[in-house]
Design a protein around this ligand. Structure first.
Ligand SMILES: Cc1cc2nc3c(=O)[nH]c(=O)nc-3n(C[C@H](O)[C@H](O)[C@H](O)COP(=O)(O)OP(=O)(O)OC[C@H]3O[C@@H](n4cnc5c(N)ncnc54)[C@H](O)[C@@H]3O)c2cc1C
Length: 599
């Protein structure tokens, strides 16, 4: 069943063979997590996905969430799903044992999360958004806030949200105007409007806890004057839940993820909305970045999960559908062949396989660094932290952008059947699209990568990444059959380095508009090299198995891994040449051209 929407075998390859998550048990925090415990957790995740999430995926689209007279109605199973993910320990998983958590490494948690998203990226986000919000309170909130809100959120009884966006402040959070007025009682009075708030209100929970950005009255506009508040839909008074003057004006009609609500919320229309400050005033944005960075990895996982599910649907179809004959023998007396035998269909499937397996690998790599950063000390901690920071925009964007292309290829693989709603791929196509928009658009991620991450720590993060990639290249050069690909990788890294140097010169010599004008293309370029590296890293393990004289019982799996890498380095990595030309060019037309010429 599970292998209908993802490959358990592939996940185990990543957790047990490539990243060897059990080696994290050298840290006291993770000492319970040996190979067997990790496998058990993945198996438990698979059962929840199979039993609860996957069966209602299509239904959540057909019977979408709706708003009626002030109430938001979601699929009736969401309540059970929230409670079951909590009972299975998944919402609190990463927290300490003493807070009902399981001290689960993020790398394992995210492996599980990927399977939930592959099963149903309309249902699972309710729980994992709650997890992120609770984690934010746990990290920066007072003990009282933690005691009041976190247990109910971990129980899946209260929804958590991330309430940032306003009509005039989307990408530009420095323009947000929701206000917070201090009161003598210690709380703040919140007033303002938030839009597109995921999980913002619904009937599967008893309360909604907004982690909301607002500006304390009297503070000037800008990013350094934003504070973070806990603003519940219902506050507690004398032990009872009472209205906190948070009203839902409606929900958005969306292209995809129709079962996952995005709401417009009005705070303090009756001047009675209480907000509780988290941490210190004016530190809201740096605090929120903890949740945003986690959410960016989460978005990458969601996109990868959706693209994976579409890939397996297309793969199954390509095996079952017969059409046409080999170009060299079109005798109509011969039976038609399965479409998977056609080279062009194999190409489309290899694209989907390499994009999804490369994305998942990168996301696991980052999650592992997050675990190491949390527990290690000294240079090891610093290195893991810097690499995680550098590659987060890529881990969010590549799966979202190339994942969308991959689902388009899934649809193309299936022809008319892919386009029609008897099959799930048209839904995957609609559902995946938002990932490149929320949690910071692709354009914003590009500017983050080029304008901040690449130059951070005096370029040390980049040097650390180059060392990592070169160590994979060295390993590949030792494996028979991989030398040619190691050489392609050397070329790729060299040209990325040259292009990066050129960008750094632009940063010094040109105005910021020119420097950042093609940041999105730079992000794509960087992503193609990064994903090639991850696929080569997988191929180093796989090719060694392939080279063994006695054929491994899983020979096809390992050989398939090598083919995915070969495809990506032969077909996708060369696209960096065009990007290289553009990025090295002195032409500045998009900066110079007046908007009037495209109006
Ligand atoms: C379904 C859905 C769910 C969401 N969930 C949440 C949520 O839970 N919480 C929350 O707070 N928000 C949420 N959002 C909001 C989301 O984060 C924003 O939509 C996103 O950040 C982009 O903001 P915007 O829509 O205002 O687009 P805009 O900021 O108007 O951007 C439009 C275009 O202009 C580009 N652009 C903008 N500024 C610049 C710039 N300075 N330089 C170059 N290009 C630029 C963008 O890249 C984009 O291509 C959600 C959105 C959707 C659609």
């Amino acid at each position: 069943m599970a292998d209908n929407y993802y490959s358990f075998r592939n996940l185990k390859f990543l957790t047990h063979e490539l990243f060897k998550l059990s080696e994290l048990n050298r840290f006291e925090r993770y000492k319970e997590y040996d190979d067997e415990a990790i496998l058990m957790a993945l198996d438990a995740a698979r059962q929840i996905g199979d039993r609860l999430l996957f069966p209602i995926y299509e239904e959540m689209d057909r019977k979408k969430a709706y708003y009626d007279k002030g109430t938001v109605f979601v699929h009736p199973q969401i309540k059970t799903i929230m409670r079951s993910l909590s009972a299975g320990g998944w919402i609190a998983a990463a927290d300490d044992y003493e807070y009902e958590g399981q001290q689960m490494p993020l790398s394992l948690l995210n492996a599980g999360l990927y399977t939930f998203y592959a099963a149903n990226a309309n249902a699972a986000p309710y729980a994992f958004l709650t997890q992120g919000a609770a984690n934010l309170i746990r990290t920066f909130g007072s003990e009282e806030l933690q005691k009041t809100f976190v247990p109910k959120m971990y129980a899946g009884e209260w929804q958590g949200t991330m309430a940032m966006t306003e009509p005039q402040a989307g990408s530009s959070l420095s323009d947000l105007t929701t206000s917070a007025t201090p009161t003598a009682e210690g709380h703040y009075k919140i007033k303002g409007q938030k839009i597109y708030i995921s999980g913002g209100d619904h009937n599967a929970v008893d309360n909604v806890v907004h982690l909301l950005l607002a500006r304390i009255e009297g503070e000037a506009l800008g990013t350094r004057t934003i504070s973070l508040f806990v603003v519940p839909k219902k506050r507690i008074e004398n032990g009872e839940l009472v209205s906190n003057d948070v009203n839902t004006a409606g929900i958005f009609g969306k292209m995809g993820q129709k079962g996952y609500v995005a709401a417009t919320l009005m705070y303090g229309e009756q001047d009675d909305c209480h907000g509780y400050l988290v941490g210190e005033p004016n530190r809201g944005l740096p605090y929120m970045f903890q949740m945003m960075n986690e959410a960016r990895i989460g978005t990458g996982l969601m996109a990868t999960g959706t693209a994976t599910a579409a890939y397996y649907a297309a793969l199954q179809y390509a095996n079952e559908r017969s059409q046409g004959r080999p170009p060299s023998n079109k005798d109509v007396n011969l039976a038609q062949i399965p479409i998977i035998e056609h080279a062009d269909v194999k190409r489309m499937l290899l694209f989907q396989k390499s994009v999804t397996e490369g994305s998942l690998s990168l996301l696991m790599q980052l999650s592992l660094w997050a675990d190491i950063e949390r527990e290690a000390t000294g240079d090891e901690k610093e290195k893991a932290g810097q690499l995680l920071e550098l590659l987060t925009p890529i881990a969010k964007t590549f799966p979202s952008e190339y994942g969308t292309q991959a689902v388009s290829a899934s649809m193309q693989t299936m022809g008319g059947a892919g386009y029609c709603d008897d099959f799930p791929v048209e839904q995957y196509y609609r559902d995946i699209r938002v990932n490149a928009i929320y949690e910071g658009t692709t354009g914003i991620q590009g500017m983050d990568l080029l304008g901040r991450k690449v130059t951070a720590h005096n370029g040390k993060s980049m040097r650390l990444l180059m060392e990592e990639i070169h160590s994979t290249i060295d390993a590949a050069q030792q494996v028979e059959g991989l030398q040619a690909y190691a050489n392609k990788m050397i070329e790729g890294v060299k040209s990325l380095h040259q292009c990066t140097m050129h960008q750094m010169q632009n940063a010094m010599n040109e105005k910021a508009e020119v420097f950042l004008s093609d940041a999105t293309l730079y992000l794509e370029y960087f992503s193609l090299v990064t994903i090639s590296w991850q696929l080569l890293k997988q191929a180093v393990v796989a090719q060694k198995v392939v080279n063994q004289e006695d054929k491994h019982h899983d020979f096809e799996f390992y050989k398939g891994k090598v083919y995915a890498m070969q495809y990506f380095l032969n077909y996708e990595l060369p696209k960096t040449r065009g990007l290289h030309d553009r990025l090295m060019s002195k032409d500045t037309m998009t900066v110079d051209m007046e908007a009037a010429f495209i109006n």
